[in-house]
Design a protein around this ligand. Structure first.
Ligand SMILES: C[S@@+](CC[C@H](N)C(=O)[O-])C[C@H]1O[C@@H](n2cnc3c(N)ncnc32)[C@H](O)[C@@H]1O
Length: 215
C-alpha cells in the first residue's frame, strides 16, 4: 500500500470503504474468471454508449479490465487494459496491451500525462478504495476533452465491494459516482443516465470529459 493512503482519500469517510474481504485484491483475482458480469442486453446498451462517447480512433484505457471490453466491433481505437488478472486480459481480443496493477494498493496509474483519448471503467467502480485518487489519475492520463465513462449494473462480488456501495440503492450509486467526478475536479460535462435496455440487467452510466488544465 502506498504510504499515506487513507480509504476514501479524505473526501469520503474511511469506514464507508471497508469490505468484508480485506485480503489483498490480487489474491481474489488470481483465478481467471472468463465470464461476463452483465447480460447481453446490458452489454449492447454499453456498446451503444461507447459508440456515442468514445473516439473511434486514438488510445483508450480500459480501467479494471478483464477478457471483454464491450467496445463495439469496428471501433478502430487502440485499447490498453489495466486489471489484476493477466490471463483474462491476454484473452481479450480488443486489448492491444495490458498491465497488471492494483489500484487499491497504488492508485497512481503507470501511464504518462495526457496519453489517452478516452477511458472506461465497466462494472467495477464498487471495488475502488481510493476513488478520488483514481479519478484524479484518470484525469491526468487523459487529453483535454477526452471522455471517462463509468458504468455499473446491480450486481457485484459483495465481499469485495465497499460498504457504501452495499448500503445504497442503484439511484444512490449513480449519485455517488457523480460525486466522484465532482469531488475530484478536472471534469466538465458530467452526465448520468439510466441506460437500462429493459427486461434484464439494468445499466447505469456516469461520464464526463477532461476539463482544460489551468494555465
Ligand atoms: C467485475 S470484473 C469487470 C471486468 C470488466 N471491466 C468487465 O466489464 O467485464 C472486475 C475487474 O476489476 C479488476 N479489479 C478488481 N480490483 C482491482 C484493483 N484493486 N486494481 C485493479 N483492477 C481491479 C479485476 O481484474 C476484474 O477483472
Amino acid at each position: 500500500m502506498t504510504a499515506g493512503l487513507v480509504r476514501g482519500d479524505g473526501v469520503f469517510p474511511p469506514a464507508a470503504y471497508e469490505r468484508d474481504d480485506e485480503s489483498p485484491d490480487d489474491r481474489f483475482y488470481t483465478v481467471p474468471r472468463k465470464v461476463v458480469h452483465i447480460d447481453d442486453g446490458a452489454i449492447g446498451a454499453l456498446g451503444r454508449l461507447y459508440a456515442e462517447m468514445l473516439p473511434a480512433r486514438g488510445r483508450l484505457l480500459d480501467l479494471m479490465s478483464s477478457w471483454r471490453s464491450h467496445v463495439p466491433s469496428g471501433h478502430a481505437a487502440t485499447i490498453v487494459g489495466l486489471g489484476l488478472n493477466a490471463e483474462e486480459m491476454a484473452d481479450n481480443p480488443q486489448l492491444a496491451s495490458h498491465v497488471v496493477h492494483d489500484l487499491n494498493r497504488d492508485p497512481r496509474l503507470p501511464f504518462d500525462d495526457a496519453s489517452f483519448d478516452g477511458a472506461m471503467c465497466a462494472v467495477s467502480i464498487q471495488y475502488v478504495l481510493h476513488p478520488a485518487h483514481a479519478f484524479r489519475e484518470v484525469r491526468r492520463v487523459l487529453r483535454t476533452a477526452a471522455p471517462f465513462v463509468v458504468s455499473f449494473s446491480n450486481r457485484c462480488f459483495p465481499t469485495k465491494a465497499v460498504a457504501v456501495w452495499l448500503g445504497t440503492t442503484d439511484v444512490q450509486h449513480v449519485a455517488l459516482v457523480r460525486t466522484y467526478f465532482e469531488a475530484t475536479g478536472g471534469w466538465t460535462d458530467i452526465r448520468a443516465e439510466d441506460r437500462s435496455p429493459g427486461g434484464g440487467d439494468p445499466l447505469y452510466a456516469v461520464w464526463a470529459r477532461a476539463a482544460p488544465l489551468p494555465s
